[in-house]
Design a protein around this ligand. Sequence first.
Ligand SMILES: Nc1ncnc2c1ncn2[C@@H]1O[C@H](COP(=O)(O)OP(=O)(O)O)[C@@H](O)[C@H]1O
Ligand SMILES: [Mg+2]
Length: 511
Amino acid sequence: MSHGGRRSRQGHAQASRSVAGLLSDMGAGLQARPAVPVQLDDDRLFTQFVSARGRRARGTGWAPALAPLSMWRMTSEQAPVLWPLTAAQGLPPTGAQMGIDLLSGGAFYCDPLGWVKDDAIGVTNPNMFVFGKPGRGKSATVKIFCLRMMDFGYRVLILGDTKDEYEGLCLALGVEPFAIGHGLPARVNPLDIGPLGGGWERLDAAEASRRASIVFHRWLMLIRGLVGSQKIGSESVPFGPSDETAVSSALRFLTGFTHGGTRLREVTVPQLWAALDEPTDQLVNECRFASPRQFYDETRTLRDALGALVKGHLQGLFDEPTTIKPDWRAPIQSLSLSRLDKSGDGAVGIALLCLNSWGQGMREIAERGDVRIVVRDETWKQMRLGLEPVKTLDSNLRLSRHVGDVQLVVYHKPSDPLSAGAADSQAVAIAKDLLHLADIRVLHGQDKAVADELADLLGLNAVAQQLVTGWAMGGKGRALWTVGERQFKVECRLTPLERDLTYTNEALRIA
Ligand SMILES: Nc1ncnc2c1ncn2[C@@H]1O[C@H](COP(=O)(O)OP(=O)(O)O)[C@@H](O)[C@H]1O
Ligand SMILES: [Mg+2]
């Protein structure tokens, strides 16, 4: 550009205007360059002046030709007049600095709540979905995002660390994660009432009923997901309207809500199952069954599915009142599920389902300014369980509306929810619905075979698909970030400390 300018200045010396002239037409003048006095201290770092070409000696970086640089000095308001076509960094430099935006060459910052507040960016919720093949750097991106957002007062909640990979980050921050596993004392009650149950006796009737409907809905979605995760042959156990009535009524009885109790009693899944397995006459009437016999017949699969869970995956983990006491003021809290790894993906999926629902409950009330990043890594394990567990996740995210929470979900492919059931239209609709819950998507590398679903489910064009299946596969931490309608080609950069904290190939290193 500077060359062209110089040539044209020579060629049309009379006709063309100077930069100063052009700017003055726009109502601004060029600033004079202030004289900077050169100060030489005795302890100065460089004792000798070197010409711009460097020193002419081997290994000193001497350049035979100078780069064709031209220097201009003007305000940022004036610069666009002279360089109108330069690609600019489209997002403001606020929030966590994540790495380089390769399209503009500038730094890339991620600030979900800031983006929601800025109408020009077109993001309506601060939730983030992170996709990518295993080993592409999804978890590392999540960890450094969390770490760098802590500087802005964000706290972090890890809802299920299935491989203990967040442990290093927690310990570096002086926090011990809670370990959940068979034979360990920690219990999480997925039917925990949560902070909404606090001070129940002081609530007026309207507020009590508003809160009760939130809590009962959360519980119902959990039980629906748990029951739907069970299989008869290859089919999921159905959860119909009669099942819903039976579960809701039983929960209302057990908590004492039916009788207008001054506080809600804590209920566990085994208690719910027992209440359904040996129903009182009152429960049978409430559900409008003619006789206990009919109740038994209509709820058999429900009772059997719950019974299997109570004696199986929930036992010793999620079947008693909550014993852990998270410190909500600590920078990070994490629930480790790595002890369940040997029990298989199914057990881990059920545990994630329980923790997700519990985590939603914990965030139903929060103090002002208590902003939190809620991380759900390896969520595909929950999605594999069936369509009902996917719907439970959808509801957890939809209802986690505490202002200031960033819901961060990590899975492999946009079609993961479809692996749950047949890829029929209902499943596709659910997968798409889930995607609508996040306006920010981080797409790490994927195999070529995934290109079609990137187009169908995410609406990516050919250029963007190529970035995900080609360029992003060429390096860890490379991802296409879609922020509302905009796309950014970002390479995340780790500091040496962060590289240690995010290292996940421990087993390989030892081997
Ligand atoms: N941006 C990056 N730069 C350098 N190394 C990275 C980057 N992102 C991830 N890694 C390394 O790659 C490995 C796998 O990353 P990880 O986040 O566990 O992948 P995923 O969660 O996608 O399976 C880790 O050891 C991590 O330290
Ligand atoms: Mg990971």
